[in-house]
Design a protein around this ligand. Structure first.
Ligand code: AMP
Ligand code: MG
Length: 420
């Protein structure tokens, strides 16, 4: 079975825009995790992707109740222009309702979250009244229905609470609980295997031979993937050697839904990933009109989907966040694939070529007027890992833009938006 809807990455010769690439991902990627749904208690479901809609089993709140500590009464019993006196009939505390109906000109001592007694429609706050000897004196001016929360004002029985495809955030679990669900049905986690490629790469913590660098990409990428709720396998470093790359990918394809590599996909003599994927399945280069990041390699190795990211750490990270991330979320069953971009003010001048989209790393600062503005990190090079560390996110500059002047608004993608 081809999990990616029959060679779905097969596309065009020309440079592809980011919007086109994302549209293709959105349309053609299907969840590959439907074979093994899991039933989980809420406490284990954070970050997982809901596979079945959650419908509210009840009205929330289930009863009209008080929003404050005070006295519940019938608004019609209040005088418009002078203090009214009410006889205190009893008490309604949270979890301990007052069982009798409200008597004429009666009031019930009530606390936040307690059920409104039958016949009461308004609550006066305890700070606003005087209560002595079983009588409460209420000044005029209270609005009808004041301080009363209505049954079903949050959720109504039968409401769609959470739709399948949603990645469960803490507040989603709270909503599921409030409407009566102790468990949720979620997709099994996507299994993603991550390789680095290159003879120059060494494992951090070990010796650094002459000419070597420590492998940084794998650690960025594995952590990013884990933050999306997927299961990640650390598949190590593939050498620049055709046979080893081919056998490494072929083995890993057996027990992963997606294989992700970085480096080794340009057309240099030592770039063997491309040939290996072509041999084992199919490979498509999407020549994206983007910077940083040149071609993005997508394809299929046996049963597994394949993504080949650029080798430079910044390019690998940007391509991951903008392209691999929606792909991973889609394969995992999520429906909300793309992040929200925010408009902030540029604190820099910048010139670029028309026709491609660019991402610059920037720190967010607040101007004295309170507006957030993006301060560019320099140097701009796509190998500068510090440019990712000393910043809050990416300024995304569209294809049509050729220059930005300080003070203009730009799109900003905070890392927190895409890595959690
Ligand atoms: P490549 O696409 O394999 O030619 O790699 C492009 C650049 O990225 C080279 O300078 C590589 O050394 C660097 N690079 C590739 N993979 C990694 C990695 N895992 N960590 C850090 N730098 C890398
Ligand atoms: Mg390489």
């Amino acid at each position: 079975m081809n999990k990616l809807a029959d060679d779905c990455f097969n596309q065009v010769e020309d440079l592809m825009s980011t919007a086109e690439a994302l549209a293709i991902l959105r349309q053609r990627i299907v969840a590959v995790t439907q074979d093994q749904l899991e039933q989980l208690p809420l406490r284990q479901a954070t970050g997982r992707i809901l596979a079945r809609d959650i419908v509210s089993a009840i009205d929330v709140p289930p009863h009209d109740n008080s929003a404050v500590d005070g006295y519940a009464l019938r608004h019609a019993d209040l005088s418009q222009d002078s203090t009214s006196e009410f006889t205190i009939q009893g008490r309604s505390a949270a979890g301990h309702p007052f069982a009798e109906p409200l008597a004429p000109e009666g009031a019930v001592r009530i606390f936040t979250g307690a059920v409104m007694p039958d016949g009461a429609d308004t609550v006066v706050m305890q700070e606003d009244v005087e209560a002595t000897d079983g009588i409460v004196a209420v000044p005029p001016g209270l609005k009808p229905g004041a301080n009363r929360r209505h049954r079903g004002e949050d959720s109504k029985r039968g409401d769609m609470a959470l739709r399948a495809g949603r990645r469960l955030r803490p507040q989603d679990l709270g909503l599921a609980a409030s409407v009566g669900h102790g468990e949720v049905t979620v997709y099994r986690p996507l299994r993603v295997g991550v390789f680095s490629t290159g003879d120059e790469l060494a494992e951090p913590g070990g010796a650094l031979p002459i000419g070597a660098i420590y492998d940084a990409n794998r650690h960025i990428l594995m952590a990013l993937i884990r933050s999306l709720g997927a299961d990640v396998s650390d598949l190590g470093i593939l050498p620049d050697e055709a046979a080893a790359v081919r056998s490494g990918l072929a083995d890993a394809a057996r027990d992963h839904d997606l294989l992700l590599t970085s480096g080794g996909v340009s057309v240099g003599d030592e770039d063997h990933v491309r040939g290996a994927v072509e041999d084992l399945g199919h490979l498509h280069f999407w020549r994206l009109a983007i910077k940083p990041g040149r071609p993005l390699a997508l394809g299929q190795v046996g049963e597994a989907a394949f993504v080949g990211l650029p080798g430079n750490p910044v390019a690998a990270t940007v391509c991951f966040l903008r392209f691999a991330r929606p792909l991973i979320l889609g394969l995992a069953g999520a429906t909300d694939l793309e992040p929200v971009l925010y408009r902030v003010r540029a604190d820099f001048d910048y010139e670029k070529k028309a026709g491609r989209r660019e991402w610059l790393r920037a720190r967010l600062d607040r101007k004295p007027d309170g507006e957030p503005c993006a301060v560019l990190f320099r140097p701009l090079g796509s190998g500068i890992i510090n440019s990712l560390v000393q910043t809050h996110g990416l300024v995304e500059i569209g294809e049509d833009v050729t220059r930005i002047k300080a003070g203009e608004a730009v799109d900003f993608l905070p890392y927190d938006e895409v890595a959690s």
